[in-house]
Every structure is written in structure tokens, then in C-alpha cells.
Design a protein around this ligand. Structure first.
Ligand SMILES: CC(C)(COP(=O)(O)OP(=O)(O)OC[C@H]1O[C@@H](n2cnc3c(N)ncnc32)[C@H](O)[C@@H]1OP(=O)(O)O)[C@@H](O)C(=O)NCCC(=O)NCCS
Length: 218
């Protein structure tokens, strides 16, 4: 599903305020910083709490292996400042022959500034542009209104609700499913306007009307 382009660690996505790039071992301290927060971990399916020593390094190695083999695409979200602080993570995994599922998180200190929405929109655009995926899915805990809002702002539609298995949360939890299909995504892209055709130009139409139907002299 993922193209050769994303399987090399020079791959990155640029947005207005962010770089999305492969995670590196040097990111372990920053990832540990926000992944060990209970408020972050409890909204995810896979981050254990308490966060064990060495977990960030294990996650980074796994993410890089999955990126390299095309099993997934996991990217670190960094700000475009001189020191490029790492403020979150975003990724996509295969969820069926034509579907991908995304997941994301932003460090608590960077919440509420639109970073998650900016990252989700750019990842979604890259996935629809670089792969043949037909639909992108997301699964959110019902108790996570901020994430619901991120998906709504990114063009996703609510599908249904039910119990889902969240391994790191230890069992089944109420979740809401969202989707964005390729056609809906295309419709949401700002169209590049074409120059008007001759008949659409009001002044020329008026001129043509005058030629075809000259005013009758009294
Ligand atoms: C959910 C999360 C990704 C949001 O990141 P963020 O960068 O703050 O998101 P954005 O700023 O792009 O958008 C957040 C939106 O949610 C809204 N929001 C925040 N808290 C809310 C709440 N309690 N109720 C309703 N809306 C809320 C914000 O007002 C904003 O909407 P607006 O732009 O219309 O005002 C981040 O809080 C996080 O990582 N949480 C922990 C992990 C997680 O939940 N990951 C997602 C798993 S599916």
C-alpha cells in the first residue's frame, strides 16, 4: 500500500508550521515526555501507562522497521522553529485491501493550537496523493471530544459507535468510527478556477447580443 517514497528516511511532509518526518533514536526523551502523561496515554489504544523504561526506543525501532518495509507510516510531528521541537506523532496502518487507518497525538503543552488538524490534513492529502487507498479510517474513544473535532475539521464523517479492543487500555471500550473516502476528499479540495468561456463573460455576451439583436431604430 505504501510507496517506495515513504520507505526511505529522507521522506518528509511539510505543512505551514510543521515538518512530519521519520522518528529517530534521538527523539526518545521527547516521546517519553508526552507518552508518559496519563491524559495522553488513556486516549490511545497502544500507549501503556505507566510508560515503561525503554518503551520509546522500542517504539522508534518498530516504527522505522515498519516504515522501511512498507507495513506502515509513522512520522514525528516537529515544529518549524530553529530547534525543531518534537510535539507529537502521527501514523497510518493498513486496515484492509483498500483502506488505511490513522492515529495521532499531540503533546499536552502544544494542544489547542490546531497542530493535530494541520498534521492530519497533510497526512491524509499525502496518502490519497501517493497511494491508491480508497478510504481512510479513524477510531476514537467516545470520551475524546477533542479528537472527534480534529477529525471533523479534517473532513472525516462519523460512521458508527461500538466497543473496540484497546490493548494498552486492557479490554473493550466505547469508540466512535470515522471515515474519509477518496471522492469526498477530492470534493473538499479547493478547486483551481478556470478562466471563463466566451459565453460566460458578461460584457462579451452583451456585445454579442447587440450584434445578433441590434436595437430597432424608431
Ligand atoms: C486530541 C488531540 C490530538 C488534539 O490535538 P490538538 O493539536 O489540540 O488539536 P487541534 O488544536 O487541531 O483541534 C482540537 C479541537 O478540539 C476542540 N476541543 C478541545 N477540547 C475539547 C473538549 N473537551 N470538548 C470539545 N472540543 C474540544 C478544540 O477547541 C479544537 O477545536 P476548534 O479548532 O474548533 O476550536 C490531542 O489532545 C491529543 O493528542 N490527545 C491525546 C491523544 C489522543 O487523543 N489522540 C487521538 C487518538 S484517536
Amino acid at each position: 500500500m505504501f510507496p517506495d517514497l515513504t520507505s526511505d528516511d529522507i521522506f518528509r511532509i511539510e505543512t505551514k508550521r510543521l515538518w512530519l518526518r521519520w522518528p529517530r533514536v534521538a527523539d526518545a526523551a521527547a516521546i517519553t515526555g508526552f507518552a508518559s502523561e496519563a491524559s495522553t496515554a488513556k486516549m490511545t489504544a497502544a500507549i501503556p501507562h505507566p510508560y515503561p523504561a525503554g518503551e520509546a526506543e522500542r517504539f522508534i525501532f518498530q516504527a522505522r522497521a515498519d516504515n522501511a518495509t512498507g507495513r506502515g507510516l509513522v512520522l514525528a510531528i516537529t515544529q518549524k522553529r530553529a530547534d525543531h521541537p518534537l510535539i507529537g506523532l502521527i501514523g497510518a496502518t493498513v486496515a484492509g485491501s483498500h483502506d488505511l487507518e490513522i492515529g495521532y497525538l499531540i503533546a499536552p503543552q502544544a494542544n489547542g493550537k490546531g497542530y493535530a488538524t494541520e498534521a492530519v490534513k497533510s497526512l491524509v492529502s499525502s496518502l490519497f496523493s501517493l497511494t491508491s487507498v480508497q478510504r481512510i479510517l479513524a477510531n476514537v474513544r467516545t470520551v475524546n471530544p477533542a479528537s472527534h473535532r480534529v477529525l471533523e475539521k479534517s473532513g472525516f464523517a462519523y460512521v458508527d459507535s461500538g466497543l473496540d479492543y484497546l490493548p494498552a487500555r486492557g479490554g473493550l471500550h466505547p469508540c466512535d468510527r470515522f471515515e474519509l473516502d477518496r471522492k469526498s476528499w477530492l470534493k473538499q479540495q479547493p478547486g483551481r478556477s478556470m478562466p471563463p468561456m466566451h459565453h460566460q463573460m458578461q460584457d462579451r455576451r452583451d456585445a454579442q447580443q447587440a450584434v445578433l439583436h441590434p436595437p430597432v431604430e424608431s
